[in-house]
Design a protein around this ligand. Structure first.
Ligand SMILES: C[S@@+](CC[C@H](N)C(=O)[O-])C[C@H]1O[C@@H](n2cnc3c(N)ncnc32)[C@H](O)[C@@H]1O
Ligand code: SF4
Length: 380
C-alpha cells in the first residue's frame, strides 16, 4: 500500500494593523479585543477536527500566514504549533514559518515566537526605500526593516525576505541596487514579487483614476531579468518563479508542499486545504469572516464549510498550474487525466517554452515568463 502523503499545515491569521492599498488577501483591521483570542482557540479545535480526516501523517511544515500573524500573542502561536506537533508526527526537520511585518514592536516579540517553536521567519520587507514604503502604504520605514531583519537573524535559524518590485518609475539599476542591499541583510531566501494591481483594491481605484501608471510589460520583464541576474550572482537559485534560495536546504518546504501537489490542512478564516483520502483528493474551503469561522468551529467542530472531491481532471489541472512554477516541473503520470495531445507538447517544446524528457514536463526560463499561456495550453 502507498504510504499516506506528507502533510503541511497552513494557518491563516487574518488581522492587520492597517490594510495595504495593493493587498487582496482575506484581511481585517484588528478591532474587537476578544475576537483574536477566540480565533486562536477555534484554530486549535479546527486542527483537532481535521486530524481525524487526514489520519496519521508525517508533518513537514506549519505555516503561520496572514494577514499579520506576528501581531498574535506568541503564547497562542505556541499552542497552535504544539497542537500540530501533537496531532501528527513531526518530521525531524519540521519547518515552522511565521510571516511578520517589520515594525519595531513586532521585532520585540521575535524571541518569544522562536521559543514558541517558530524556526523560520518570513519578513515582509517590501522595499528598502522610505518613499517606496510610503507609496505601498506600509507602516514601517527602511530603518525598521533593517533592524527587524537583524533581530530576525539573531532569533531564528532561517530567514526569508519578501520584496515588491515593478513600482512606478522604478529603473532596473535602482532595483539592482536595492536587491543587493537586501542580499546584504543575510537571508537564505528572498521572494521578490512583481506588484500586481488586484481588482477591488485601493491601487486598482488609483490606477483607474489615473493617479499612477504601473510599469508596462516590457519594463516588468526587464525588472524580472534584473532580479534573476542579481540574485543569481549572489548565489541564490530561482527554484520557483518568485522564490530564490541559497541552496536546496534553504527552499521553503511549505511552498514545495503546494507546488508538488502534496497534502495540506488549512485552518483559520478563508484558509483552504487539500487532503487525499482513499486515493481521492478533497478540497476544503473555510468561511472567510473571522466571526463566522469561530461560529462554524463551535457548531461543527471543523472550520470548513465545504469539502469537495476533485475530479481526476481538476486534480491534474491543479498540478499543471502549480508544478510548472518550480524547476523540477511535473511528472507526466500526474497529468495523464488531461490527455494532452503529444503534438501540443511538441509545439511548446519547439517554441522553447517547455522541456520534455518523456517522464517530466518543465517550464524553460522563457516559459516561466508566460506561465499563464503554458498552463492554458496544457490544461484546457
Ligand atoms: C499576504 S502578505 C503577508 C505578509 C505580511 N502581512 C506583510 O505584508 O509583510 C505576503 C506577501 O505577499 C506579497 N503581496 C501581497 N499583495 C501583493 C501584490 N498585490 N503584489 C505583489 N505582491 C504582493 C507581499 O510581498 C507580502 O509580503
Ligand atoms: S500586505 Fe500584509 S500587512 Fe498589508 S494588508 Fe496584506 S497581509 Fe496585511
Amino acid at each position: 500500500m502507498t504510504p499516506a502523503p506528507d502533510l503541511g499545515v497552513y494557518v491563516h491569521w487574518p488581522y492587520c494593523a492597517r490594510i495595504c492599498p495593493y493587498c487582496d488577501f482575506n484581511v481585517y483591521r484588528v478591532r474587537r479585543a476578544a475576537e483574536p483570542a477566540a480565533l486562536a482557540r477555534a484554530i486549535v479545535a479546527d486542527l483537532e477536527a481535521q486530524a481525524a480526516l487526514t489520519g496519521p501523517r508525517t508533518l513537514v511544515s506549519v505555516f503561520l500566514g496572514g494577514g499579520t500573524p506576528s501581531l498574535m500573542d506568541p503564547a497562542w502561536a505556541a499552542e497552535i504549533v504544539a497542537a500540530a506537533r501533537r496531532l501528527w508526527t513531526p518530521a525531524a526537520d519540521l519547518e515552522v514559518t511565521l510571516e511578520a511585518n517589520p515594525t519595531d514592536a513586532e521585532a520585540e516579540a521575535f524571541a518569544r515566537f522562536a521559543a514558541a517553536g517558530v524556526n523560520r521567519l518570513s519578513l515582509g520587507l517590501q522595499s528598502l526605500h522610505d518613499e517606496a514604503l510610503a507609496f505601498l502604504g506600509r507602516n514601517h520605514d527602511a530603518g525598521q526593516a533593517i533592524r527587524a531583519a537583524e533581530k530576525a537573524r539573531a532569533a531564528f535559524p532561517r530567514l526569508s525576505l519578501d520584496l515588491i518590485y515593478a513600482r512606478p518609475g522604478q529603473t532596473p539599476a535602482a532595483w539592482a541596487e536595492e536587491l543587493r542591499a537586501a542580499v546584504a541583510l543575510g537571508a537564505e531566501h528572498i521572494s521578490p514579487y512583481q506588484l500586481t494591481i488586484e481588482g477591488g483594491t485601493a491601487f486598482d481605484r488609483a490606477v483607474q483614476h489615473g493617479r499612477f501608471v504601473p510599469p508596462d510589460a516590457d519594463t516588468g520583464a526587464d525588472l524580472y531579468d534584473t532580479t534573476q541576474e542579481v540574485l543569481g550572482a549572489a548565489g541564490f537559485e530561482a527554484y520557483e518563479v518568485s522564490n530564490h534560495a541559497r541552496g536546496v536546504a534553504a527552499r521553503s518546504r511549505h511552498n514545495l508542499v503546494y507546488w508538488r501537489g502534496h497534502d495540506y490542512v488549512g485552518a483559520g478564516p478563508g484558509a483552504h486545504g487539500r487532503i487525499t483520502q482513499g486515493g481521492e483528493r478533497q478540497a476544503t474551503y473555510s468561511v472567510a469572516k473571522p466571526a463566522d469561522y469561530i461560529a462554524r468551529v463551535a457548531a461543527t467542530g471543523a472550520g470548513f464549510d465545504s469539502h469537495t472531491p476533485l475530479t481526476p481532471r481538476e486534480a491534474a489541472e491543479e498540478r499543471v498550474l502549480s508544478g510548472l512554477r518550480i524547476l523540477e516541473g511535473i511528472g507526466r503520470d500526474e497529468v495523464a487525466a488531461l490527455q494532452i495531445p503529444p503534438e501540443r507538447i511538441a509545439d511548446l517544446v519547439d517554441l522553447g517554452l517547455l522541456a520534455d524528457d518523456s517522464k517530466r514536463l518543465r517550464a524553460t526560463p522563457a516559459g516561466r515568463l508566460v506561465l499563464d499561456r503554458l498552463t492554458t495550453e496544457l490544461a484546457s
